[in-house]
Design a protein around this ligand. Structure first.
Ligand SMILES: Cc1cc2nc3c(=O)[nH]c(=O)nc-3n(C[C@H](O)[C@H](O)[C@H](O)COP(=O)(O)OP(=O)(O)OC[C@H]3O[C@@H](n4cnc5c(N)ncnc54)[C@H](O)[C@@H]3O)c2cc1C
Length: 353
Protein backbone atom coordinates (compact mmCIF):
# COMPACT_ATOMS: atom_id res chain seq x y z
CA UNK A 1 0.00 0.00 0.00
CA UNK A 2 2.83 2.40 0.93
CA UNK A 3 4.64 1.46 -2.27
CA UNK A 4 1.47 2.13 -4.24
CA UNK A 5 1.04 5.60 -2.69
CA UNK A 6 4.69 6.43 -3.34
CA UNK A 7 4.21 5.38 -6.93
CA UNK A 8 1.16 7.58 -7.34
CA UNK A 9 3.01 10.59 -5.90
CA UNK A 10 6.01 9.85 -8.11
CA UNK A 11 3.80 9.53 -11.16
CA UNK A 12 2.17 12.89 -10.37
CA UNK A 13 5.59 14.56 -10.01
CA UNK A 14 6.74 13.03 -13.27
CA UNK A 15 3.61 14.13 -15.10
CA UNK A 16 4.03 17.71 -13.83
CA UNK A 17 7.70 17.89 -14.76
CA UNK A 18 7.42 16.06 -18.07
CA UNK A 19 4.32 16.83 -20.02
CA UNK A 20 5.03 14.14 -22.61
CA UNK A 21 5.15 10.41 -21.84
CA UNK A 22 8.61 8.88 -21.34
CA UNK A 23 10.29 8.27 -24.66
CA UNK A 24 13.22 6.09 -25.70
CA UNK A 25 14.13 8.96 -28.01
CA UNK A 26 14.66 11.18 -24.93
CA UNK A 27 16.73 8.96 -22.64
CA UNK A 28 17.02 11.36 -19.68
CA UNK A 29 13.29 11.67 -19.33
CA UNK A 30 13.01 7.93 -19.76
CA UNK A 31 15.65 7.19 -17.10
CA UNK A 32 13.84 9.26 -14.45
CA UNK A 33 10.51 7.71 -15.27
CA UNK A 34 11.97 4.19 -15.31
CA UNK A 35 13.52 4.71 -11.89
CA UNK A 36 10.12 5.57 -10.36
CA UNK A 37 8.35 2.83 -12.27
CA UNK A 38 10.35 0.28 -10.27
CA UNK A 39 8.24 1.32 -7.25
CA UNK A 40 5.03 0.26 -8.99
CA UNK A 41 3.10 -2.75 -7.66
CA UNK A 42 4.34 -6.05 -9.15
CA UNK A 43 2.66 -6.61 -12.48
CA UNK A 44 3.28 -8.82 -15.48
CA UNK A 45 6.50 -7.67 -17.18
CA UNK A 46 6.56 -7.28 -20.92
CA UNK A 47 9.72 -7.97 -22.91
CA UNK A 48 13.00 -6.11 -22.42
CA UNK A 49 14.20 -4.95 -25.81
CA UNK A 50 17.43 -3.30 -26.97
CA UNK A 51 16.58 -0.65 -29.56
CA UNK A 52 18.78 0.43 -32.46
CA UNK A 53 19.93 3.39 -30.30
CA UNK A 54 21.38 0.91 -27.79
CA UNK A 55 18.80 1.81 -25.17
CA UNK A 56 17.06 -1.05 -23.34
CA UNK A 57 13.39 -0.55 -22.55
CA UNK A 58 10.71 -2.69 -20.97
CA UNK A 59 7.68 -2.81 -23.25
CA UNK A 60 4.22 -3.21 -21.77
CA UNK A 61 0.76 -2.31 -22.97
CA UNK A 62 0.94 0.91 -20.95
CA UNK A 63 4.64 1.89 -21.23
CA UNK A 64 4.94 1.74 -25.04
CA UNK A 65 1.53 0.70 -26.41
CA UNK A 66 2.45 1.10 -30.09
CA UNK A 67 5.63 -0.98 -29.78
CA UNK A 68 3.77 -3.52 -27.63
CA UNK A 69 1.33 -4.26 -30.46
CA UNK A 70 4.09 -4.14 -33.10
CA UNK A 71 6.20 -6.73 -31.27
CA UNK A 72 3.30 -9.18 -31.40
CA UNK A 73 3.89 -10.28 -34.98
CA UNK A 74 6.76 -7.92 -35.87
CA UNK A 75 9.47 -10.61 -35.58
CA UNK A 76 13.03 -9.16 -35.46
CA UNK A 77 12.15 -5.77 -36.97
CA UNK A 78 12.25 -3.59 -33.84
CA UNK A 79 15.13 -4.64 -31.61
CA UNK A 80 16.80 -7.50 -29.79
CA UNK A 81 14.65 -9.06 -27.09
CA UNK A 82 16.84 -9.84 -24.07
CA UNK A 83 14.21 -11.01 -21.55
CA UNK A 84 10.50 -11.72 -21.40
CA UNK A 85 7.95 -13.23 -19.06
CA UNK A 86 5.10 -15.42 -20.13
CA UNK A 87 1.96 -16.28 -18.24
CA UNK A 88 1.92 -19.95 -17.27
CA UNK A 89 -0.38 -22.53 -15.76
CA UNK A 90 0.26 -25.92 -14.17
CA UNK A 91 -0.01 -28.77 -16.68
CA UNK A 92 0.00 -32.32 -15.41
CA UNK A 93 0.13 -35.45 -17.51
CA UNK A 94 -2.13 -35.55 -20.54
CA UNK A 95 -3.21 -37.75 -23.44
CA UNK A 96 -1.26 -37.59 -26.71
CA UNK A 97 0.71 -39.36 -29.42
CA UNK A 98 0.26 -40.41 -33.04
CA UNK A 99 -2.26 -42.57 -34.86
CA UNK A 100 -1.37 -43.78 -38.39
CA UNK A 101 -4.07 -44.49 -40.97
CA UNK A 102 -4.00 -45.81 -44.55
CA UNK A 103 -4.17 -43.23 -47.36
CA UNK A 104 -7.54 -44.70 -48.37
CA UNK A 105 -9.12 -42.87 -45.39
CA UNK A 106 -8.23 -39.42 -46.78
CA UNK A 107 -11.78 -38.32 -47.65
CA UNK A 108 -13.04 -39.36 -44.21
CA UNK A 109 -10.09 -37.44 -42.71
CA UNK A 110 -10.97 -34.23 -44.60
CA UNK A 111 -14.57 -34.49 -43.38
CA UNK A 112 -13.48 -35.24 -39.79
CA UNK A 113 -11.07 -32.27 -39.88
CA UNK A 114 -13.75 -29.86 -41.14
CA UNK A 115 -16.15 -30.97 -38.38
CA UNK A 116 -13.42 -30.83 -35.72
CA UNK A 117 -12.32 -27.28 -36.68
CA UNK A 118 -15.81 -25.93 -37.34
CA UNK A 119 -17.52 -27.36 -34.25
CA UNK A 120 -19.40 -24.45 -32.58
CA UNK A 121 -18.56 -26.12 -29.25
CA UNK A 122 -14.84 -26.50 -30.03
CA UNK A 123 -13.15 -28.28 -27.12
CA UNK A 124 -10.22 -26.02 -26.08
CA UNK A 125 -8.30 -28.99 -24.61
CA UNK A 126 -8.09 -30.69 -28.03
CA UNK A 127 -5.19 -30.16 -30.47
CA UNK A 128 -4.62 -31.80 -33.84
CA UNK A 129 -1.98 -31.99 -36.58
CA UNK A 130 -3.45 -33.94 -39.51
CA UNK A 131 -0.58 -35.00 -41.86
CA UNK A 132 -0.37 -36.71 -45.27
CA UNK A 133 2.98 -38.37 -45.97
CA UNK A 134 4.12 -39.23 -49.49
CA UNK A 135 6.12 -42.43 -50.09
CA UNK A 136 8.10 -42.05 -53.36
CA UNK A 137 8.99 -45.76 -53.66
CA UNK A 138 5.33 -46.75 -53.99
CA UNK A 139 3.98 -43.39 -55.24
CA UNK A 140 1.40 -43.50 -52.46
CA UNK A 141 0.30 -41.64 -49.32
CA UNK A 142 -0.24 -42.55 -45.70
CA UNK A 143 -1.75 -40.45 -42.92
CA UNK A 144 -0.52 -39.61 -39.41
CA UNK A 145 -2.61 -37.75 -36.87
CA UNK A 146 -0.82 -36.12 -33.95
CA UNK A 147 -3.50 -35.78 -31.26
CA UNK A 148 -3.27 -34.12 -27.86
CA UNK A 149 -5.89 -33.66 -25.17
CA UNK A 150 -4.45 -31.62 -22.30
CA UNK A 151 -6.31 -33.50 -19.58
CA UNK A 152 -5.55 -36.84 -17.96
CA UNK A 153 -8.27 -38.49 -20.06
CA UNK A 154 -7.82 -41.14 -22.79
CA UNK A 155 -9.89 -41.19 -25.99
CA UNK A 156 -12.07 -38.12 -25.31
CA UNK A 157 -15.20 -38.11 -27.51
CA UNK A 158 -14.08 -34.94 -29.34
CA UNK A 159 -11.60 -37.08 -31.37
CA UNK A 160 -14.11 -39.85 -32.15
CA UNK A 161 -14.19 -39.17 -35.93
CA UNK A 162 -10.41 -39.70 -36.10
CA UNK A 163 -9.92 -42.50 -33.56
CA UNK A 164 -12.66 -44.63 -35.17
CA UNK A 165 -10.85 -44.82 -38.56
CA UNK A 166 -8.82 -47.95 -39.55
CA UNK A 167 -5.31 -47.75 -38.03
CA UNK A 168 -1.81 -48.85 -39.07
CA UNK A 169 -0.03 -47.74 -35.88
CA UNK A 170 -0.91 -46.09 -32.58
CA UNK A 171 1.30 -44.49 -29.88
CA UNK A 172 -1.50 -42.80 -27.90
CA UNK A 173 -0.77 -42.69 -24.16
CA UNK A 174 -0.96 -40.58 -21.02
CA UNK A 175 2.43 -38.91 -20.52
CA UNK A 176 4.19 -35.57 -20.05
CA UNK A 177 5.05 -32.69 -22.39
CA UNK A 178 8.75 -33.63 -22.68
CA UNK A 179 7.92 -37.15 -23.80
CA UNK A 180 5.48 -35.93 -26.48
CA UNK A 181 7.93 -33.25 -27.68
CA UNK A 182 10.71 -35.83 -28.15
CA UNK A 183 8.33 -38.04 -30.13
CA UNK A 184 7.37 -35.13 -32.41
CA UNK A 185 10.97 -33.98 -32.95
CA UNK A 186 12.05 -37.51 -33.97
CA UNK A 187 10.08 -37.03 -37.20
CA UNK A 188 12.42 -34.12 -38.18
CA UNK A 189 16.03 -35.39 -37.87
CA UNK A 190 18.78 -32.71 -37.90
CA UNK A 191 21.31 -32.24 -40.66
CA UNK A 192 19.19 -32.41 -43.81
CA UNK A 193 18.07 -29.70 -46.23
CA UNK A 194 14.54 -28.60 -45.35
CA UNK A 195 11.82 -26.40 -46.80
CA UNK A 196 8.72 -25.14 -44.99
CA UNK A 197 5.95 -23.43 -47.00
CA UNK A 198 2.63 -22.29 -45.56
CA UNK A 199 -0.84 -21.07 -46.47
CA UNK A 200 -4.10 -20.21 -44.68
CA UNK A 201 -7.54 -21.14 -45.96
CA UNK A 202 -11.14 -21.22 -44.76
CA UNK A 203 -12.04 -24.44 -42.98
CA UNK A 204 -13.27 -26.71 -45.77
CA UNK A 205 -12.95 -30.42 -46.62
CA UNK A 206 -13.29 -29.43 -50.29
CA UNK A 207 -10.28 -27.10 -50.04
CA UNK A 208 -8.23 -29.80 -48.27
CA UNK A 209 -9.11 -32.32 -50.96
CA UNK A 210 -8.08 -29.87 -53.71
CA UNK A 211 -4.74 -29.18 -51.97
CA UNK A 212 -4.14 -32.92 -51.70
CA UNK A 213 -4.87 -33.44 -55.41
CA UNK A 214 -2.55 -30.59 -56.45
CA UNK A 215 0.20 -31.93 -54.17
CA UNK A 216 -0.23 -35.43 -55.58
CA UNK A 217 0.30 -33.98 -59.05
CA UNK A 218 3.19 -31.58 -58.29
CA UNK A 219 5.12 -34.12 -56.18
CA UNK A 220 5.49 -36.50 -59.13
CA UNK A 221 8.49 -34.54 -60.48
CA UNK A 222 10.20 -35.01 -57.10
CA UNK A 223 10.09 -38.82 -57.00
CA UNK A 224 13.69 -39.12 -58.34
CA UNK A 225 15.13 -36.80 -55.61
CA UNK A 226 17.37 -39.02 -53.43
CA UNK A 227 16.22 -39.32 -49.81
CA UNK A 228 13.19 -37.05 -50.23
CA UNK A 229 10.58 -36.74 -47.45
CA UNK A 230 7.41 -34.86 -48.37
CA UNK A 231 4.37 -34.19 -46.19
CA UNK A 232 1.34 -31.91 -45.93
CA UNK A 233 0.14 -30.94 -42.44
CA UNK A 234 -3.21 -29.34 -41.68
CA UNK A 235 -3.78 -27.57 -38.35
CA UNK A 236 -7.05 -26.01 -37.12
CA UNK A 237 -7.20 -22.24 -36.54
CA UNK A 238 -10.71 -21.95 -35.11
CA UNK A 239 -12.28 -18.66 -34.03
CA UNK A 240 -11.85 -19.76 -30.41
CA UNK A 241 -8.17 -18.78 -30.95
CA UNK A 242 -8.54 -15.63 -33.07
CA UNK A 243 -11.31 -14.23 -30.84
CA UNK A 244 -8.92 -14.10 -27.86
CA UNK A 245 -6.41 -11.59 -29.29
CA UNK A 246 -8.33 -8.36 -28.60
CA UNK A 247 -8.82 -9.13 -24.90
CA UNK A 248 -5.03 -9.68 -24.59
CA UNK A 249 -4.19 -6.22 -25.90
CA UNK A 250 -4.35 -7.00 -29.62
CA UNK A 251 -1.55 -7.88 -32.03
CA UNK A 252 -0.32 -7.10 -35.55
CA UNK A 253 -1.32 -10.34 -37.25
CA UNK A 254 -4.53 -9.06 -38.83
CA UNK A 255 -6.60 -12.10 -37.82
CA UNK A 256 -9.95 -11.77 -36.05
CA UNK A 257 -12.96 -14.00 -35.48
CA UNK A 258 -14.50 -12.28 -38.51
CA UNK A 259 -12.10 -14.35 -40.66
CA UNK A 260 -14.14 -17.39 -39.61
CA UNK A 261 -12.74 -20.83 -38.86
CA UNK A 262 -9.48 -21.34 -40.76
CA UNK A 263 -6.83 -23.98 -41.22
CA UNK A 264 -3.08 -23.71 -41.57
CA UNK A 265 -1.31 -25.72 -44.27
CA UNK A 266 2.36 -26.60 -43.81
CA UNK A 267 4.34 -28.30 -46.57
CA UNK A 268 7.52 -29.92 -45.21
CA UNK A 269 10.14 -31.23 -47.63
CA UNK A 270 13.51 -32.71 -46.56
CA UNK A 271 16.27 -33.95 -48.87
CA UNK A 272 20.05 -34.45 -48.96
CA UNK A 273 21.67 -32.61 -51.90
CA UNK A 274 21.62 -28.90 -52.79
CA UNK A 275 21.54 -29.99 -56.45
CA UNK A 276 17.76 -30.41 -56.01
CA UNK A 277 17.01 -27.11 -54.22
CA UNK A 278 15.72 -25.30 -57.33
CA UNK A 279 13.49 -28.18 -58.45
CA UNK A 280 11.94 -28.49 -54.98
CA UNK A 281 11.28 -24.73 -54.81
CA UNK A 282 9.64 -24.81 -58.25
CA UNK A 283 7.31 -27.69 -57.37
CA UNK A 284 6.44 -26.20 -53.97
CA UNK A 285 5.62 -22.83 -55.57
CA UNK A 286 3.44 -24.61 -58.13
CA UNK A 287 1.47 -26.28 -55.32
CA UNK A 288 0.85 -23.03 -53.44
CA UNK A 289 0.13 -20.96 -56.58
CA UNK A 290 -2.48 -23.45 -57.77
CA UNK A 291 -3.99 -23.75 -54.28
CA UNK A 292 -4.24 -19.95 -54.08
CA UNK A 293 -5.97 -19.73 -57.46
CA UNK A 294 -8.51 -22.37 -56.41
CA UNK A 295 -9.02 -20.78 -52.97
CA UNK A 296 -9.62 -17.32 -54.47
CA UNK A 297 -12.07 -18.69 -57.04
CA UNK A 298 -14.06 -20.57 -54.39
CA UNK A 299 -14.04 -18.16 -51.43
CA UNK A 300 -11.52 -20.10 -49.30
CA UNK A 301 -8.57 -17.67 -49.55
CA UNK A 302 -7.03 -15.89 -46.54
CA UNK A 303 -3.91 -13.76 -47.00
CA UNK A 304 -2.45 -14.59 -43.56
CA UNK A 305 0.79 -16.63 -43.57
CA UNK A 306 2.10 -18.09 -40.31
CA UNK A 307 5.60 -16.56 -40.11
CA UNK A 308 7.26 -19.50 -38.32
CA UNK A 309 6.32 -21.75 -41.25
CA UNK A 310 6.96 -19.32 -44.12
CA UNK A 311 9.44 -20.09 -46.92
CA UNK A 312 12.16 -17.49 -47.61
CA UNK A 313 10.30 -16.49 -50.79
CA UNK A 314 6.94 -15.94 -49.03
CA UNK A 315 5.80 -12.57 -47.58
CA UNK A 316 4.22 -13.27 -44.17
CA UNK A 317 4.25 -9.66 -42.94
CA UNK A 318 2.44 -8.44 -46.07
CA UNK A 319 -0.16 -11.07 -45.14
CA UNK A 320 -1.03 -9.10 -41.97
CA UNK A 321 -2.88 -6.65 -44.25
CA UNK A 322 -2.04 -3.16 -45.54
CA UNK A 323 -3.21 -1.30 -42.41
CA UNK A 324 -1.08 -3.43 -40.09
CA UNK A 325 1.95 -3.13 -42.37
CA UNK A 326 1.56 0.68 -42.46
CA UNK A 327 1.33 0.73 -38.67
CA UNK A 328 4.41 -1.50 -38.28
CA UNK A 329 6.38 0.78 -40.60
CA UNK A 330 5.34 3.89 -38.64
CA UNK A 331 6.41 2.25 -35.36
CA UNK A 332 9.69 1.21 -36.99
CA UNK A 333 10.42 4.80 -38.11
CA UNK A 334 9.65 6.07 -34.59
CA UNK A 335 11.83 3.64 -32.61
CA UNK A 336 14.47 2.98 -35.29
CA UNK A 337 14.76 6.28 -37.22
CA UNK A 338 17.94 5.16 -39.01
CA UNK A 339 16.20 1.88 -40.01
CA UNK A 340 19.02 -0.27 -38.64
CA UNK A 341 16.77 -3.33 -38.31
CA UNK A 342 15.48 -2.88 -41.86
CA UNK A 343 18.80 -2.32 -43.63
CA UNK A 344 21.67 -3.66 -41.55
CA UNK A 345 20.33 -6.75 -39.82
CA UNK A 346 20.55 -9.84 -42.03
CA UNK A 347 17.88 -12.53 -41.89
CA UNK A 348 14.23 -12.56 -40.94
CA UNK A 349 11.31 -11.06 -42.85
CA UNK A 350 11.60 -7.27 -43.33
CA UNK A 351 8.56 -5.00 -43.07
CA UNK A 352 8.53 -4.03 -46.74
CA UNK A 353 8.96 -7.58 -48.08
C1 LIG B 1 11.51 -29.28 -37.27
C2 LIG B 1 10.84 -27.98 -36.96
C3 LIG B 1 9.59 -27.99 -36.35
C4 LIG B 1 8.95 -26.79 -36.04
N1 LIG B 1 7.73 -26.83 -35.45
C5 LIG B 1 7.11 -25.67 -35.14
C6 LIG B 1 5.84 -25.66 -34.50
O1 LIG B 1 5.27 -26.71 -34.22
N2 LIG B 1 5.26 -24.47 -34.23
C7 LIG B 1 5.88 -23.30 -34.53
O2 LIG B 1 5.35 -22.23 -34.24
N3 LIG B 1 7.05 -23.27 -35.16
C8 LIG B 1 7.68 -24.42 -35.47
N4 LIG B 1 8.88 -24.39 -36.09
C9 LIG B 1 9.42 -23.10 -36.50
C10 LIG B 1 10.22 -22.44 -35.38
O3 LIG B 1 9.42 -22.27 -34.24
C11 LIG B 1 10.61 -21.08 -35.87
O4 LIG B 1 11.50 -21.25 -36.93
C12 LIG B 1 11.20 -20.22 -34.76
O5 LIG B 1 11.15 -18.88 -35.15
C13 LIG B 1 12.61 -20.61 -34.47
O6 LIG B 1 13.15 -19.71 -33.50
P1 LIG B 1 14.70 -19.64 -33.25
O7 LIG B 1 14.93 -18.54 -32.27
O8 LIG B 1 15.22 -20.99 -32.95
O9 LIG B 1 15.25 -19.29 -34.72
P2 LIG B 1 16.00 -18.07 -35.29
O10 LIG B 1 16.10 -18.36 -36.75
O11 LIG B 1 17.24 -17.82 -34.50
O12 LIG B 1 15.04 -16.83 -35.08
C14 LIG B 1 13.87 -16.67 -35.80
C15 LIG B 1 13.66 -15.18 -36.05
O13 LIG B 1 13.61 -14.47 -34.81
C16 LIG B 1 14.64 -13.48 -34.76
N5 LIG B 1 15.18 -13.49 -33.40
C17 LIG B 1 15.86 -14.49 -32.79
N6 LIG B 1 16.21 -14.13 -31.55
C18 LIG B 1 15.74 -12.87 -31.37
C19 LIG B 1 15.79 -11.95 -30.29
N7 LIG B 1 16.40 -12.22 -29.15
N8 LIG B 1 15.19 -10.72 -30.45
C20 LIG B 1 14.58 -10.41 -31.61
N9 LIG B 1 14.50 -11.24 -32.66
C21 LIG B 1 15.07 -12.46 -32.54
C22 LIG B 1 15.66 -13.88 -35.79
O14 LIG B 1 16.34 -12.75 -36.30
C23 LIG B 1 14.79 -14.53 -36.85
O15 LIG B 1 14.22 -13.57 -37.70
C24 LIG B 1 9.56 -25.56 -36.38
C25 LIG B 1 10.82 -25.55 -36.97
C26 LIG B 1 11.46 -26.74 -37.27
C27 LIG B 1 12.81 -26.72 -37.93
Amino acid sequence: MIEERMYNVAALVISLVYLEPPSPLHPTRYAVSKCFSRLAPRAWRGPDIVLASGLTINVTQTSFPDLWVALKGGSNNFGVVTAFESTAFPQGKFWGGFIGNPGSTKDAQFKAFEEFTGNPNYDPYAALINSYIFTPATNSWSIANNLEYTKNQSYPPYFQNFTSLPQIFNTMRISNLTDFTLELSASNPDGRRQLFVTGTYSNSAKMMSEIFNIANSTVQALIPVPGISYSLSFQPEPTIITSKAASRGGNSLGLTAADGNLFNLLLTVSWDSSAYDALIDTQAKALFDQAETYAKANGFYNEYLYLNYAAPWQKPIAGYGAANVANLMAVSRKYDPLQVFQKQVPGGFKLDQ
